[in-house]
Design a protein around this ligand. Structure first.
Ligand SMILES: *[C@@H]1O[C@H](CO)[C@@H](O)[C@H](O)[C@H]1NC(C)=O
Length: 198
């Protein structure tokens, strides 16, 4: 009987240790979702020199024309898969990274700035531009469908080759990554730094 109390205490400690991982199941779900995303169907913002974006899969293609199944592909500054293309180190002529809290206090991260369109042979220099995202397209499944930003709930990306301009924002709150302004251009969709693109 003397051991009853310590044993109960021990069981309580073991019980709480077991309970902790169970509480974290939602996080495991997020990792599971990320693991399911194909390497050529994701975007990522780590820094101004470490990022992945969606571009047309075929050479010299307008963004709008690329928006069909199989027409898009992930390019990264530092690819981690042979399924991904490689951005030249001078793809961005000027780029600004910004992290902040959105409309409802949730995190977002973004890159905005000026690109050297001719460094990426997927782009058509005279293309007025277009948008990729994780929740637009038919059925709201994204363009490319099921594409995701690593670590975030949603993203929106615009490339405007004719204006030498691009922008991408990853958001925990969809409200901060609007997909309904796709014809208005980077400054309207993702307020940021765009000086000197011409
Ligand atoms: C743009 O990139 C091309 C190809 O790398 C290079 O020849 C050219 O000098 C660059 N232009 C600017 C303004 O950086």
């Amino acid at each position: 009987m003397l051991f009853t109390t310590p044993l109960v205490t021990l069981l309580a400690i073991v019980g709480s240790a077991i309970a902790t991982p169970l509480v974290e199941v939602p996080e495991a779900n997020v990792n599971h979702l990320e693991a399911r995303v194909a390497a050529d169907n994701m975007v990522q913002i780590t820094s101004t020199t470490d990022y992945c974006m969606i571009v047309p899969r075929n050479k010299k293609t307008d963004i709008g024309d690329s928006e069909q199944p199989g027409g898009m592909k992930t390019y990264c500054s530092k690819p981690t898969s042979s399924l991904q293309g490689t951005f030249a180190s001078n793809f961005w002529k000027k780029v600004t990274l910004k992290q902040g809290k959105g409309k409802n206090g949730k995190d977002y991260i973004q890159l905005t700035g000026c690109i050297n369109t001719t460094t990426c042979d997927r782009l058509n220099p005279s293309d007025g531009g277009g948008q990729y995202d994780s929740s637009g397209g038919s059925g709201g499944k994204g363009n490319p469908q099921d594409s995701q930003c690593t670590g975030y709930a949603s993203y929106v990306e615009l490339i405007e080759p004719a204006d030498n301009r691009a922008c991408i924002r990853c958001c925990q709150d969809k409200a901060d990554c609007p997909t309904n302004k796709d014809t208005q251009g980077c400054p309207a969709v993702i307020p940021g730094t765009y000086t000197g693109c011409d």
